[in-house]
Ligand binder design. Structure first.
Ligand SMILES: C[S@@+](CC[C@H](N)C(=O)[O-])C[C@H]1O[C@@H](n2cnc3c(N)ncnc32)[C@H](O)[C@@H]1O
Length: 201
């Protein structure tokens, strides 16, 4: 099979997903993050999608690097920017993108698109890029999630707890339930929601 039809069909799936995601509200985790935020600084939104978190941080006064491998997603984010927003839109695969030093890093439902084996080294790099006292908010996939497997990085709770040792954990929720995808398809979810602050020492 040639690669091009595969790319075309992935682009169609992405387009359908991004249109549905546009109609969704900002995830509650950003309400949990909000009281810890400052009024300026550098933020990075990894796998920004249609930019809900990036826009939230831009509206808070942060300079934001919004990163996604999908040009269609970034075009949508571009259309949502307002005068005065300090945004840099980056089309890149986060796995090899050099993350700048940041006060805040968000990764909403995106880190688990890294392949198993990629996530732990990527997390070390992400942690190194966060300033001491810097904030992280995002999701990780648990091993019982329907997507856990060769193409999505999933983990045991203990592994995630170990990864979070350089952080003070401000919020940690393990959610496991039958639910739906953004495209309204049934799915079994096993997800960890995390807000954490990198320790100063
Ligand atoms: C489920 S969406 C989440 C979007 C957004 N963060 C949110 O919470 O609504 C995952 C996003 O991550 C992006 N993505 C997946 N793997 C990526 C990678 N390796 N590098 C950059 N972006 C990636 C996808 O294109 C998609 O926009």
């Amino acid at each position: 099979m040639s690669v091009e039809p595969e790319r075309a069909s992935q682009a169609r799936i992405d387009e359908e997903y991004f249109q549905a995601a546009l109609g969704r509200p900002l995830h509650e985790i950003y309400g949990i993050l909000e009281p810890y935020l400052g009024s300026s600084g550098t933020a990075v939104d990894l796998g920004c999608g249609v930019g809900h978190a990036a826009l939230f941080l831009l509206n808070k006064g942060y300079e934001v690097f919004a990163v996604d491998r999908s040009p269609a997603a970034l075009e949508i984010v571009r259309g949502r920017l307002k005068p005065g927003h300090k945004a840099t839109l980056v089309e890149a695969d986060m796995s090899d993108w050099p993350i700048p030093e940041a006060d805040v890093i968000t990764a909403g439902f995106s880190l688990f698109f890294l392949k198993p084996g990629q996530l732990e080294p990527f997390w070390k790099r992400l942690t190194a890029s966060l300033k001491p006292g810097g904030l992280f908010a995002g999701q990780f996939l648990g091993v019982r999630d329907e997507w856990a497997g060769e193409s999505h990085a999933a983990m045991e709770r203990e592994t995630l707890e170990e990864m979070l040792t350089p952080y003070d954990v401000l919020y940690f929720e393990e959610a496991e339930r039958k639910g739906k995808t953004v495209l309204d398809r049934p799915k079994y979810w096993h997800v960890f929601h995390v807000v954490a602050r990198k320790r100063s020492v």
